[in-house]
Write a protein that binds this ligand. Structure first.
Ligand code: HEM
Length: 441
């Protein structure tokens, strides 16, 4: 076979197909016998779980699209019809709605796992960059799906977010009109959001394909961050990780099913169940939970409090609105250059105590930003204005990437690394055994 070694299959039909179209050989090489580090922990389940959610979202979305009417008049009422009159429509909707949350949960854990264990470092930079592209596409897809429902929250989210583009000097207004297809959220808006919401998941499938190809060029990272040194450090992907992934999926599905069947509205907002009214602004416009940290960053850039010195930006024409938009875009864009901001030779946080602490603080800070993102502009926490706390959190968010990581690259002394993955695994088992022995004595 040109380009690689074909595997012979016992099953005659499979073999016949494989000679002509070597899909089964590819599956066997890339997933069956693929040598995979033998020390994965459960955090390595989340790539497969994200993939499972992508398929679930496309499948449930296809059936919803058969009943959804993408027009300003029809959108909200067609969803009501799906909930009440379409057979199993309520379940389809709840699977899709809560599926978006489960998808983001899987992907956030997947990203943070990658950051903790340094999976973005040489030679996996491109794999990481493709991941960030997927993340951006996911955000765009989720935003348009939510907005096109013409609910109060959806319609106003579309208004608020598209309006941010007017902060761009000169071209802002034209971009806004292009996005909305009108001067305000209208029929044209619902139509184009629906088309893009339908299309983008298939673009995501394409980028995920490239993501996996890139992964299979370099092989996976692992909790030690050390590359496998030979067959003693790896196991075949099947049955070891297929079984582990299926187990992880079982646990994940229990949580997902709980949301769908017992708490389907837990993660959303009451105003998402009221029809859009352009004349009545909801008292408190908030995005879905997965956007909240970025929303908090957007809201933090005001030329008051901690950011008073930033008033100079206003003098050179960067309004607080534009500053907020730039900070929000920057908070994701900075992930693209992460492999070059952290150039420390040791990958895993296990052997980098300083990086470990700063990273965990950064992750907790993102959760705090998420909390702040949901608060009203005049909220206080323990008497401190929430926007001030948001400004400190925003500063730490960026300082972690732009100051702490480059400094740690230069000064951090890593703990001694094990010689190989096998040695690390055996060490761990030995210390577990001696702890058990001590407890028994
Ligand atoms: C639809 C979304 C995504 C899917 C389906 C997906 C799928 C996968 C799969 C199946 C793996 C191998 C298993 C694993 O290591 O968990 C993987 C690895 C990886 N992904 Fe993703 N991914 C997605 C999004 C992302 C995002 C948003 C990022 C980062 C911004 C990312 C970064 C990585 C990295 C760095 C690895 C290598 C991990 C390692 O070797 O330790 N992925 N991805």
């Amino acid at each position: 076979m040109a380009g690689g070694k074909r595997v012979a299959f016992d099953n005659k039909v499979i073999d016949w197909i494989d000679v002509r179209l070597p899909l089964f050989t590819m599956m066997k090489n890339e997933y069956g016998v693929f040598p995979t580090p033998k020390n994965f922990n459960y955090f390595w389940n989340f790539g497969a779980l994200a993939f499972f959610m992508l398929i679930t979202m496309i499948a449930s979305g296809l059936f919803l699209a058969m009943h959804f009417m993408p027009s300003s008049e029809g959108a909200f009422s067609s969803i009501e019809r799906i909930m009440r009159d379409v057979n199993w429509g309520w379940m389809l909707r709840y699977i899709h709605m809560n599926g978006a949350s489960m998808f983001f949960i899987a992907v956030y854990i997947h990203i943070y796992r990658g950051m903790y264990y340094g999976s973005y470092k040489n030679p996996r930079e491109l794999l990481w960059i493709l991941g960030v592209v997927i993340f951006l596409l996911m955000m765009a897809t989720a935003f348009m799906g939510y907005s096109m429902t013409m609910s109060q929250m959806g319609g106003w989210a579309a208004t608020v977010i598209t309006n941010l583009f007017t902060a761009i000097p000169v071209a802002g207004e034209s971009i806004l009109n292009l996005l909305l297809g009108d001067y305000t959220v209208s029929n044209a808006t619902v139509n184009r959001f629906f088309v893009l919401h339908f299309l983008l998941p298939f673009v995501i499938v394409g980028v995920v394909f490239l993501h996996i190809v890139a992964l299979h060029m370099t092989g996976s990272n692992n909790p030690t961050g050390i590359e496998p040194k030979g067959p003693q450090d790896t196991v075949p992907f099947h049955p070891y990780y297929t079984t582990k992934d299926i187990f992880g999926m079982g646990v994940f599905l229990i949580v997902y099913a709980y949301l769908v069947f017992y708490a389907p509205l837990m993660l959303t907002h009451a105003d998402h169940f009221v029809e859009y009214d352009p004349l009545v602004t909801p008292p408190h416009i908030v995005p879905e939970w997965y956007f909240l940290p970025f929303y908090a960053i957007l809201k933090s850039v005001i030329y008051e409090g901690l950011f008073t010195p930033l008033i100079v930006f206003e003098w050179v024409g960067i309004s607080a609105k534009l500053g907020g938009v730039l900070a929000m875009i920057g908070s994701i864009a900075i992930l693209f250059v992460l492999p070059w901001l952290d150039r420390h030779p040791v990958r895993s946080a296990r052997y980098r105590p300083l990086f470990q602490k700063f990273f965990l603080l950064w992750a907790a800070n993102v959760v705090l930003l998420g909390y702040l993102g949901a608060l009203t502009a005049d909220a206080t926490i323990l008497g401190i204005p929430a926007y001030l706390i948001g400004q400190f959190s925003t500063v730490y968010y960026f300082a972690f990437f732009l100051v702490i990581l480059p400094i740690l690259t230069k000064i951090e002394k890593a703990k001694p690394l094990p010689n190989s993955i096998s040695e690390a695994v055996l060490e761990k088992n030995k210390s577990k055994k001696s702890a058990k022995g001590a407890a028994a004595a």
